[in-house]
Design a binder for this molecule. Structure first.
Ligand code: PGA
Length: 275
């Protein structure tokens, strides 16, 4: 990750650039964890009490652990989210969970359009948008994931793919302050490989332009997170980029020490930026 200095200097103005949008550190536990392992995972929530109030930590446990995580998270500043939700509100949809059901278990965020759902279950942008509408209707904040494949990147199509996914996955006419975009290049997820800081900054700036084109001034309320192989080694650099409003963390979010380190990085960066 070269040439970080100019970006770090810029990050001093980040609070001003961001206005009132959220800074999020989100942990996607995916299909991991059991009641037995929950006490270890609950350690993850602890450092959040030391974070400045404008940084929100959101945990996305599997649905089976929502109730217990909600109880543990009560003692902390962490928020809860549901991984995915149905595109329907109720009825004969065996195996699906509605956004309202997740919200009933104190999930105030919904994670939609993750690349694992898009690739494994063929979720289309249209379906992701329907699910996002359900999450918003249930009063939740919709975290909508988008990202290019390696082939699309190598073909130089990243910006087009992102613009297209954004245009079709994000519900229009909703409250901008309840929409969060997570840019997760598919080739970076779980691989230990991340884009360069210039590529991340470029993709986020492009997304910001697309959002502004569609939403006008309200686009300023939409946070854009980066996800894909975030670790304590790269979190500070990525979070220091002016166009990055937070992180969506998979593997490292299951490790209490790594989670604590990433949260400390976020706190240090934001305290520094505010100074
Ligand atoms: P990773 O996953 O941090 O393990 O790459 C990120 C994600 O899938 O959200």
């Amino acid at each position: 990750m070269a040439h970080i200095e100019p970006y770090r200097r810029l990050s001093l103005n980040k609070e001003i650039l961001m206005g009132s949008r959220r800074t999020l550190i989100a942990g996607n536990w995916k299909m991991n964890g059991s009641r037995h392992s929950l006490s270890v995972l609950a350690e993850i929530a602890r450092p959040t009490n030391d974070l400045p109030p404008h940084i929100e930590v959101v945990l996305f446990p599997p649905a089976t652990l929502l109730a217990q995580t909600a109880t543990l998270a009560k003692k902390t500043a962490s928020k809860l989210g549901g991984q995915d939700c149905s595109s329907n509100s109720a009825g004969a949809f065996t195996g699906e969970l509605s956004a309202a059901m997740l919200n009933d278990f104190r999930a105030t965020y919904g994670l939609l359009g993750h690349s694992e759902g898009r690739t494994r279950h063929g979720e289309s942008d249209d379906l992701v948008r329907q699910k996002s509408i359900q999450a918003l209707d249930a009063g939740m904040i919709a975290v909508i994931c988008i990202g290019e494949t390696r082939d699309e990147k190598e073909a130089g199509r990243t910006f087009d793919v992102l613009a297209d996914q954004l245009a079709h996955s994000v519900p229009k006419f909703s409250s901008a302050d309840r929409i969060v975009i997570a840019y997760e290049p598919m080739w970076a997820i779980g691989t230990g490989t991340t884009p360069s800081v210039e590529e991340i900054e470029g993709a986020h700036a492009h997304l910001r332009d697309c959002l502004t084109f569609e939403w006008g001034a309200n686009a300023g309320l939409i946070s854009i997170l980066y996800g894909g192989s975030v670790s304590p080694h790269n979190a500070m650099e990525i979070l220091g980029l002016p166009s990055v409003d937070g992180l969506l963390i998979g593997g490292a979010s299951l490790n209490p020490a790594k989670s604590a380190a990433i949260c400390s990085n976020a706190a240090a960066l934001h305290m520094g930026a505010g100074a």
